[in-house]
Ligand binder design. Structure first.
Ligand code: CNA
Length: 460
């Protein structure tokens, strides 16, 4: 979990003007002036401690209620804020639900979610599929499930283009996404405005030596139904995409941007996420107390904290149904419909519709050209796969994976020169999404990875 406790903030007991802090409702404090430096050394509180203190004070009625920004606590109220130019630092937070209409399944939707379709793999639990320790033991389930996503040509949804419009209108401070499908980039959202909290599939690295591989190279292996394996001699590593697996830290930029952005956010829009994955889920409490929060999702319950400890630690999440709710709006809707409705209320609907139509037409053309190019370049034995139309999805779990049949070790002896290449790759290619977790020479792993073990043995 991201360490938010490292940033120190001055103890509010030593702050010269308490009333300013109370009326602002912000966690940002002016510099402290110690009245009695010789006797009592200045003490520092972490942001988390300060938050808890303010939360408790408010819960006990020791702080005035925050100012209500919305004219009406509903979608119309949110739209009015945007159309009247009253918000300039909008943060959008997204999850798998913004991409389901593009054809990419989420994790937790009943029936269609990835977690409901894993019987064939006999996993210890559904999350094991995306845990780095399990991937190191057995990458086959991961690649079987991810194959479709990695090979597919998906088009961003109206929701993605609505976020792009916020950026183009100059009101988007940042888009934080948990998605690894890269559709925000495809939609044309400026990468500086993007925080892909769980990484992306753009590149991959060997889990043993960290050599970098492109997305295209990984795709080529998958097209041949092969588990991508390191090409460096003497290395037995599997290639992993640079996405954050369970059990790995989030990119450093994530915590930096959280600290920098959330305290200035003047409107938070949360889209298509069950808010079950930390630390992302708890970001909703990091905006100032006045800041309106709009949540568009197919279901509401997922976002409401019920356990007293969660309420104490994370502030209880949204307060849609509380009598004194002054800022939380829930729209039970598909993200595309919700964003289109919001665009309509703001007066952007035609622009959004035209943008989606023109971008989809451009992408259809690009996908078709790519497919035609590949069909002429790739060997005949693969041509049956390439005749698939650009927008046709082949269920990945119908195609069994096999390991990459590389040259035999006799043809590729281990040279000292090559070992030097491995250490160079290790130094230069440490990925932000946690390839530093690699543990070369894990004997237990070699015993347990049945498909890979066979391959490893033939290499030695
Ligand atoms: P999740 O836990 O599966 O929740 C998705 C939420 O979206 C659920 O509450 C659904 O009800 C809701 N939902 C589904 N479709 C729609 C829709 N069309 N409109 C509105 N709401 C909808 O997924 P989260 O994103 O909350 O969990 C975070 C995980 C999922 C991250 O680690 C991601 O990497 C991971 N993931 C990403 C993708 C992707 O990149 N497209 C796909 C699957 C999983």
């Amino acid at each position: 979990m991201t360490d938010f406790k490292t940033e120190k903030i001055t103890d509010p007991e030593n702050v010269s003007n308490h009333s300013d802090i109370e009326s602002s409702g912000s966690t940002e404090l002016p510099q402290a002036v110690s009245k009695n430096k010789d006797k009592k050394p200045e003490r520092e509180l972490t942001k988390s401690e300060l938050f808890l203190r303010e939360y408790m004070a408010r819960a006990l009625g020791l702080r005035p209620p925050p100012k209500q920004i919305l004219s009406t606590v509903n979608l119309e109220g949110v739209a009015k804020l945007i159309s009247e130019g009253k918000v300039k630092k909008v943060i959008t937070m997204a999850g798998a639900g913004i991409s389901t209409s593009a054809g990419i399944p989420d994790f937790r939707s009943k029936g269609t979610g990835v977690y409901y379709n894993l019987d064939q793999f006999n996993l210890p639990d559904p999350q094991a599929l995306f845990s780095i320790s399990y991937f190191k033991e057995n990458p086959v389930p991961y690649y079987t499930v991810r194959k479709e996503l990695l090979l597919g040509n998906y088009k961003p949804t109206p929701c993605h283009y609505f976020i792009r419009m916020l950026a183009e209108k100059g009101v988007l401070l940042r888009h934080f996404t948990q998605n690894i499908d890269g559709l925000e980039r495809v939609a044309g959202i400026d990468p500086d405005l993007l925080m892909e909290a769980h990484g992306s599939n753009q590149v991959g690295h060997c889990i043993e030596c960290s050599k970098e591989y492109t997305n295209l190279w990984i795709r080529d292996c998958l097209k041949r139904d092969e588990i991508p394996k390191c090409t460096i001699e003497c290395c037995t590593g599997t290639i992993r995409p640079d996405t954050v697996f369970f059990g790995e830290p989030l990119p450093k930029r994530f915590s930096e941007l959280v600290d920098q952005d959330f305290e200035q956010c003047d409107l938070l829009i949360v889209l298509g996420t069950s808010l079950k994955v930390q630390p992302f889920a708890s970001l909703i409490i990091k905006v100032p107390e006045e800041t309106p929060r709009l949540y568009i999702n197919l279901e509401k319950n997922a976002s409401e904290a019920k356990h007293p400890l969660t309420i104490l630690v994370f502030g209880g999440g949204f307060k849609f149904d509380d009598e004194d709710n002054y800022r939380d709006v829930f729209l039970e809707s598909a993200c595309d419909d919700g964003c289109t409705r919001l665009a309509e209320l703001i007066g952007w609907k035609d622009e959004l519709t035209n943008l989606v139509a023109s971008e989809h037409a451009r992408l259809d053309k690009e996908f078709l050209e790519e497919a035609q190019k590949e069909a002429t370049e790739l060997p005949t034995q693969m041509s049956h796969q390439l005749s698939i139309k650009a927008d046709t999805k082949v269920p990945a779990n119908q195609i069994p994976m096999k390991t990459n049949p590389r040259e035999s070790p006799k043809q590729k002896p281990c040279h000292t020169e090559k070992k030097a290449e491995i250490s160079k790759a290790t130094i230069t290619s440490v990925s932000a999404s946690g390839s530093s977790n690699q543990k070369p020479g894990n004997d237990k792993k070699k015993q347990q990875t049945k498909l890979s073990t066979k391959h490893m043995k033939t290499k030695k």
